[in-house]
Write a protein that binds this ligand. Structure first.
Ligand SMILES: NC(=O)c1ccc[n+]([C@@H]2O[C@H](COP(=O)([O-])OP(=O)(O)OC[C@H]3O[C@@H](n4cnc5c(N)ncnc54)[C@H](O)[C@@H]3O)[C@@H](O)[C@H]2O)c1
Length: 433
């Protein structure tokens, strides 16, 4: 099929390359000329495992190209819209400027009978509004939320765990058939497929992210209690997780969630619910957000306390900047935030991350960064592990002790084995244990 993808960020670039790998003919469109130049030459503007290979293969086969020119979408039968929906600068709702602009850019080139497929995460009600706009030129709209996880985006796009089609009832059969053709490979592998209305499809995405955020904040709330009573939240989570109704995943206490999705999605959902007169229904999301943000300050307080209340002038190694491993995404990252807060208190912060230094430096040039883990550790008076990269999980307590000036480590992700670190002379503090 001939496909266009508007937006070539974390979602769109992967989607475009994945669709090409499935045999479709794809054009990726984005106004960011630097991004388009990189992608066109087979280089990725961000770190995503497996994407470079997919990109190179698609370009080499001539099935994939990238452009800043929306008119090149004209030949496509299906147009995906995967542009950003960040938090508004003047509030907590979603900023739909980019979605509206992408639709406006596409509109002059939209053929009668073409299908526009929204993938961005949007407030419920957006699809119904956009359907009228594209309907005016005889095109149709579907909403097909994306559930990919950064770090696993290629696999999640090619082999999604479910497909959700939000469709107009009047043309549902025809539109579902077209989407089935796009996703023929996933359909052939019996991927669960939910065909529904626009509103439900929009809700599925924000509800899923709200649930995941709530699960993380729930265990972090338990961590706060466990710390007061001298319990261990990791054992608590293990015990809870054996109940299959609860499950162990997303029950890891730590410095909390971040990234370009969960924080802004729960805020936008709460804001949209207020507009709908149902603010009370998801009022708990505000607490979920508050618990989450408290974790960052809690970590900072612990580090400061370890220096007797003044961190000014002390060498602190911050291990991790990305919001999670296998990503270079630092949007709303707890790890970067903790580095910034410690730096703001006058600590001599040395930040390390295997992938996220360039993005961090763009946002916070005032921080000191090193790509050399040994250099980060050398002479540190406190080590703060805030992104659970394997390279940190695998640190040897004995060898690491020889590098630092003071063997004090804070495990913000509860991934170290405290007895092993203590045996090597460390003061090792986890979160909620
Ligand atoms: N990143 C994820 O893991 C993920 C997962 C699921 C859903 N989503 C959702 O997908 C959407 C995109 O997220 P992202 O992380 O890829 O954001 P991103 O910021 O990485 O990418 C957005 C891209 O859209 C481009 N853009 C802006 N205006 C445009 C226009 N008029 N035409 C074409 N392109 C335009 C930007 O230049 C940018 O490259 C958001 O709604 C997000 O919530 C993201």
């Amino acid at each position: 099929m001939r496909i266009s993808v508007f937006g070539c960020g974390y979602l769109g670039a992967v989607h475009a390359a994945a669709m090409a790998s499935l045999g479709h003919e794809v054009v990726g469109i984005d106004p960011d000329a630097a991004k388009i130049a990189l992608l066109s030459s087979g280089r990725t503007p961000f770190f995503e495992p497996g994407l470079p290979e997919l990109l190179t293969a698609g370009l080499a086969r001539g099935r994939l190209r990238f452009t800043t020119d929306p008119s090149e979408a004209a030949a496509a039968d299906v147009h995906f819209v995967g542009v950003g929906t960040p938090q508004r600068k003047d509030g907590t709702g979603a900023d739909l400027t980019y979605v509206d602009q992408a639709i406006a850019d596409l509109l002059p080139y939209l053929r009668h009978g073409a299908l526009v497929v929204g993938k961005s995460t949007v407030p419920v009600g957006t699809a119904a509004r956009l359907a009228k706009i594209v309907g005016a030129v005889g095109a149709r709209l579907a909403w097909n939320p994306e559930f990919l996880r950064e770090g696993y985006a290629v696999k999640d796009t090619i082999e999604p765990d479910r497909l959700v089609y939000g469709l107009d009832a009047a043309t549902a059969e025809q539109d579902a058939a077209l989407l089935d053709e796009v996703y023929a490979s996933a359909i052939a592998h019996d991927t669960p497929r939910i065909v529904t209305d626009y509103a439900t499809s929009e809700l599925v995405k924000v509800a899923a992210n709200s649930f995941l955020a709530t699960k993380i904040s729930f265990i972090n709330a338990m961590a706060e209690i466990a710390e007061v009573v001298g319990g261990d939240v990791t054992q608590l989570a293990d015990a809870l997780g054996h109940d299959t109704r609860i499950g162990r995943r997303f029950l890891n206490a730590g410095v909390g969630f971040g990234g370009g999705c969960l924080p802004k999605d729960i805020r936008a959902f709460a804001a949209r619910a207020e507009e709908l007169g149902r603010g009370d229904s998801v009022a708990f999301l505000k607490q979920v957000d508050e618990i989450n943000l408290r974790r960052r300050q809690h970590m900072v307080d612990r580090v400061v306390d370890s220096f007797g209340g003044i961190v000014h002038g002390r060498r602190v190694a911050v291990l991790g900047l990305a919001f999670k491993p296998f990503s270079d995404d630092v949007r709303d990252s707890p790890a970067l935030d903790i580095a910034v807060r410690l730096n703001g208190l006058g600590a001599e912060v040395m930040s390390h991350d295997p992938e996220a230094i360039p993005n961090s430096r763009r946002l916070h040039p005032q921080l000191t960064y090193t790509e050399d883990l040994d250099e980060a550790l050398e002479g540190a008076e406190a080590v703060v592990l805030v992104t659970e990269w394997n390279v940190y999980r695998g640190l040897d307590p004995v060898a690491t002790a020889a590098k630092v000036a003071r063997p004090v480590i804070f495990d913000g992700r509860n991934v170290l084995d405290p007895p092993a670190w203590r045996a090597a002379g460390w003061t090792c503090t986890g979160m909620g244990r």
